[in-house]
Write a protein that binds this ligand. Structure first.
Ligand code: IPD
Length: 263
């Protein structure tokens, strides 16, 4: 078995552990801690991250980990890194919405090579490893093919909530003003990890985020690419974890969307 598939197996076990922590904690009262202006984490975000950290430290002690809640730890010399969002879609989760997911990627020199995203309520696990295809609960995934903007359902990232987001939000509103009359529908799921996976599964045709962190999308990048999507930043440069924006969809639609964004 290839090294990538070994890592995928480890990632699946780690995410299964995480999903179990979430299922066990569901229905209990949540404690919420503020991280910034309208930005917070629940006790389960921390509990899930800690459980995954413990599992991966035992299984792959030489591979460092970057997690949304506790930052970067481990061997700084490694070319590999685990990238974890314990609960992507925290605001949805805290509101009782089922649209949230655990997202775990393995990156090699900043390029995502293994991805597992699990939505515990739907009992859906999206998986991919470089060169081995993408799957949803073991069924192969392929992106949908519309090339015309008029046929495209596009999932957008949240608007920013910090004062520094004002300029970006204004640009996004301007983009909406131009795109909305041209595309089929806008979607805003509130979880970038699922935006990427739903693109891979053809439930939406594109995912577009003008500001993004690596833990939100790294796993979804492998899943979308292995399902046939082109995944770049908004300048059209292939996505790696140094990117701060992302667009994922089939190559023809990608060309049409980038042209519209640049116009
Ligand atoms: C958020 C979600 C959301 C995206 C935000 C992220 P979190 O992640 O992925 O879709 O638009 O930028 O911060 O905070 O729920 O893990």
């Amino acid at each position: 078995m290839s090294e990538m598939l070994d890592f995928l197996g480890t990632a699946e076990q780690a995410v299964a552990t995480a999903a179990e922590v979430i299922r066990t904690g569901l229905g209990r009262e949540r404690s919420i801690s503020g991280k910034g202006d309208r930005d917070y984490a629940t006790d389960l975000d921390y509990a899930v991250e800690d459980a995954v950290r413990e599992f991966l430290a035992a299984e792959t002690p030489d591979v460092p980990l970057l997690g949304e809640e506790r930052g970067r730890t481990g061997n700084t010399e490694s070319h590999y890194e685990w990238v974890l969002d314990p609960i992507d879609g925290t605001v949805n989760f805290a509101h009782g919405s089922p649209l949230y997911a655990v997202s775990l990627a393995l990156t090699r020199n900043g390029m995502p090579v293994v991805g597992v995203v699990e939505a515990p309520v739907a009992e859906e696990r999206f998986t991919a490893a470089l060169g081995h295809g993408a799957a949803l609960n073991k069924h192969p995934l392929t992106v949908r093919g519309p090339s015309a903007l008029a046929d495209a359902v596009v999932a957008f990232g949240d608007f920013g909530v910090t004062p520094e987001s004002e300029r970006r939000n204004a640009q996004r509103l301007e983009l909406f003003r131009r795109l909305v009359p041209r595309i089929q529908r806008v979607r805003m799921l509130g979880t970038a990890a699922l935006d990427m996976c739903w693109t891979a599964a053809g439930r939406v045709d594109a995912a577009y985020h003008s500001f993004i962190n690596p833990w939100d999308v790294a796993a979804g990048v492998v899943i979308a690419r292995e399902a046939g999507a082109l995944v770049t930043d908004l300048d059209g440069v292939d996505y790696d974890t140094s990117a701060t924006s992302i667009i994922a969809c089939n190559p023809d639609l990608h060309r049409a969307l980038l042209a519209e964004i640049a116009s």
